[in-house]
Structure formats: C-alpha cells, structure tokens
Design a binder for this molecule. Sequence first.
Ligand code: ADP
Length: 275
Amino acid sequence: MAECNHDCANCASNCADRTSPQSFLAAQNSRSNVKNVIAVVSGKGGVGKSLVTSLLASAAARKGFSTAILDADITGPSIPKAFGLKDKVTGDEEGMYPVQSSLGIKVMSLNLLLDDDTAPVVWRSPIITSSVKQFWTDTVWGDVDYMFVDMPPGTGDVPLTVFQSLPVSGIVIVTTPQELVEMIVGKAVRMAGLLNVPVVALVENMSYLECPDCGKKIPVFGESHVEQTAEKFGIDTFARIPIDSTIAKASDEGMIERYYGTWLDGVLEKIGAVR
Ligand code: ADP
C-alpha cells in the first residue's frame, strides 16, 4: 500500500484514517429540485431504450407528474426527434433551460444545443462525460418529480459518471428476446449492485407481434425469457412491449407522446408514479 498522504479524495484505500465514505455526487443547479432519478439502461443499442424512456416519461407526465428527460446518449441522441422538438436550449447566467414537449416534459439533449443535429459528435470520452454532468449541474430543471435518464448502451464511462454524479434511485433494464438476456441483465445487475442502486424493473421490448386478425401473440424474435430472468436476478417487476409499427411511426414523426399503451403501468407503479 502506498504511503498515506492524507488525500482521501484521491485514494481508494480503506484505511483507518478514512473518516467518511467518498461521494462523487454533483450538486444540482440552485434552481433545480429533482426528486426521483430513474436510469434507463440496455446492453446494446437499438433495443428500444429511448422508446421505453419516452413512454415512461409520457405516461408520468399524463398522470400529472412534473417530468424530465436527461438524454445521456450523447453520440446517439434520439429523444428530441421522438418528441418532435424544434426549439433549441437557451441559457443565461443562471444556467441552461431545457426544451419542453407538448405534455410539458423538460428535455435536455445534445441535439438541442447543436445547430446541425445531423452532425456527428466525434468527441473523446472526458468531453462526453463532462457534458452529461453539466446537463445535471448547469440545467435549470425547476421542480421535477421524475427525471428519466436515457443512458448510452453498456457499462462504460458515461453510465459510471451518471451513477456516481446523479442521485439515481432506480434502474430500468431494457432488453429484447434475441439478446443474450441473462448475460446482459447479469452485467447490469452487478453494476447496479456495485453502485448501490436498485434495479426496479426489467422490460422486454419487441417481445411479440400481435396478429391483427386472431390476436395471437407471435414470438418473432424467439421465446420470451423475461419472467424467468427477472426471477433469477430478484427483480420483482417486468414488462413486455410488442413490436408495433405504429410505435416506430409515432417515434419517426415526433409524436411519441401521443402513443398510448398500458404495458409499462407496472413499472410506473413500482417507481411510485401513480395517481
Ligand atoms: P435504443 O435507444 O435502444 O437505441 P430506440 O428506442 O431508439 O433504441 O429504438 C430503435 C428503433 O426501433 C427506433 O426506430 C424505434 O422507433 C424502433 N422500435 C423500438 N421499439 C419498437 C417496437 N416495440 N415496435 C416497433 N418499433 C420499435
């Protein structure tokens, strides 16, 4: 062990001189009062993490909760498009002001700051992580009951920064039937355990296709394992979302708020977003 220089902030050693646990939590803007932060994670891209974030936020807003989305998927931000947001973020000496959707959801995303939202974001990891942190510290969020964080896929730098800097109260894991669900969920659960954040729900997206004629549920991407996987990892809430072309259409046309389904009601109940 290295000789003690009494700088606990830069030392991982758990010695007798360490007086308090180290916290990396970043302070909110003085004009923010965010009460619950829910992180939406996935093992890889394209499984519907942004969709689940959008549906959870829309449902919470429809129930009358003050709701926000922090789009931490810096290199692949899809929230502004799904909500059809055209305005850009504004700012003054107090901080940055999020753009509001038609249901009043406050959204902060890199695409709302860029002049050309088709320009690729070719940034190194420290810049990306500090942008995400600034979305938390420098945004004037006001009063927010539920903030949903659309995380980049995987367990890299940005998820780690979000979990360390924001007071995340729960994680929602999104998967699809064709993924190696147990492995993906296992990794997310272990990360959650290391960071002391509970996994509140497991969502299987593109779970089945409902036949428009007979209503039969067809497992297009294979049989669902969501129930067994949730049980195996001690996650008491799970949900299944079907493949539905109107979801893709609503998202492409910026109308995701108008899309209504009841599949995520159990998840909302679990996080207390019920009235
Ligand atoms: P991720 O955030 O995991 O990268 P997205 O939420 O952006 O994934 O979804 C990827 C694409 O798949 C989007 O075009 C979205 O509209 C579409 N999609 C997601 N879930 C469904 C679904 N259940 N039915 C139809 N299309 C879907």
